[in-house]
Design a binder for this molecule. Structure first.
Ligand SMILES: Nc1ncnc2c1ncn2[C@@H]1O[C@H](COP(=O)(O)OP(=O)(O)O)[C@@H](O)[C@H]1O
Ligand SMILES: [Mg+2]
Length: 384
């Protein structure tokens, strides 16, 4: 089955659309990567989204406008992926949507909201769309995240040692072979906020780590940032830009007004490296398989490598899934599982009481035709 996975993460920089040919073969799920396209959000939509996200406040009218605008943008990315990657032969779309709120109350998650109305995607592509993956896991007592953990587990099963999957998006998350999976804290979220803030919006991120490379880590600021209670919470735990946003950074910088932008960004880059390395170290990882835009920041990757001596740090590309498409491929897999009536979660990862079939399905042009039920859950993911 040819499936297009659509993903936009907490950085809301772009919609990544990855197409895979997926099939069940014995206890294996075979994934043949077909390719990906990435569609940047247009500036107007991105600004409207930024204004609505915490700590901003919004209205039902604005949420409706965003749901439509994001749905149409996701639809355009899906149409492009179908045309350019699948030659018009895609069969299913799996859309993560754009998280606008993840409602965590103490250690408990009570709700989550992803926008990007799937009707627009179904209408534009004619294909059935699986969307709204997270709420079912929350209703089953889970955190609704990290959902890619099941895919990571299937993918890394059988590798020697203790391989840990790491995604460096706006937020960083890890998956270990025993199913432990959690968000470690910010990956690029605070670095991006600082780069935008200091450049008056001219820079969306610290391109190639250039600013961090010219700065010096400021130990007192780093200590203050590391005092954040989230890092000490036990797993399972999830976080997001509800916590790690520009206002959070401003508060942390109070009293450090004389610091240069470069030094702040070097310190924030070290914050990510420290918190990720501490989490990965506690999992006794022998190998880290990294993906996400943060892998493009050589200063971050060098700091991470230094703090993980004896641990091989590779990118997901070495295992066949490109760094910029891995998450979108993971959602293609989750959509495929849903279409086959198979669970998409690993309860040890999300804290749910049970593994559940995830999502809601919007029928395509030909109504809803699903594969026959009764398939056995795969035990491994084989990237062909
Ligand atoms: N060349 C680069 N140099 C430094 N950082 C980069 C580069 N390219 C991407 N990034 C970082 O990656 C982030 C986007 O990563 P992505 O995996 O798409 O995250 P998300 O899933 O949150 O959207 C950007 O916001 C930026 O911080
Ligand atoms: Mg992104």
């Amino acid at each position: 089955m040819r499936v297009i996975g659509l993903m936009s993460g907490t950085s809301y920089d772009a919609i990544d659309a990855a197409a895979a040919d997926l099939s069940l073969d014995g206890d294996g799920l075979v994934l043949k990567p077909l390719g990906m396209v990435s569609e940047a959000y247009d500036e107007e939509l991105r600004e409207a989204l930024a204004a609505a996200l915490p700590p901003g406040v919004t209205s039902a009218a604005e949420v409706c406008r965003l749901d439509t605008g994001i749905g149409q943008a996701f639809a355009a990315a899906a149409v492009r992926a179908d045309r350019e990657v699948c030659r018009g032969e895609a069969e299913l779309v799996a859309s993560h949507g754009q998280t606008v709120y993840h409602w965590a109350d103490g250690g408990e998650v009570r709700g989550t909201l992803q926008l990007g109305q799937p009707a627009w995607i179904a209408e534009a592509t004619g294909l059935p769309v699986v969307a709204d993956f997270r709420p079912r896991d929350i209703a089953a007592g889970g955190q609704g995240a990290p959902l890619v953990s099941l895919v990571d587990l299937l993918w890394l099963r059988g590798r020697p040692g203790t391989p840990v999957a790491l995604n460096l998006g706006g937020i960083a998350n890890v998956t270990a072979p025993d199913g432990t999976a959690f968000d470690t804290g910010p990956a690029c979220a605070l670095i991006d906020a600082a780069a935008r803030g200091f450049s008056g919006g001219a820079l969306a991120h610290d391109v190639d780590g250039a600013l961090a490379a010219r700065g010096t880590v400021h130990e007192p600021l780093l200590r203050r940032l590391l005092d954040e209670p989230y890092y000490a919470l036990p797993a399972p735990k999830t976080t997001g830009k509800e916590l790690f946003h520009l206002g959070y950074l401003r508060d942390a910088l109070a009293g450090f007004t004389t610091l240069r932008a470069e030094d702040v960004i070097a310190t924030l880059t070290m914050l990510t490296a420290r918190t990720v390395a501490d989490a990965v170290g506690a999992l006794n990882a022998t190998e880290v398989i990294a993906s996400g835009g943060g892998t493009r920041n050589p200063v971050l990757m060098a700091m991470l490598g230094q703090r993980l001596p004896g641990t091989a740090v590779r990118t997901s590309d070495e295992l066949g899934l490109p760094w910029n498409a891995k998450e979108a491929y993971a959602f293609a897999v989750l959509g495929f599982l849903t279409a086959h009536g198979l669970p998409g979660t690993h309860p040890a990862s999300t804290g749910a009481r049970h593994a559940r079939v995830l999502g809601s399905i919007t029928p395509g042009r030909e109504g809803l035709r699903l594969p026959p039920p009764g398939a056995r859950p795969p035990r491994r993911l084989v990237v062909a």
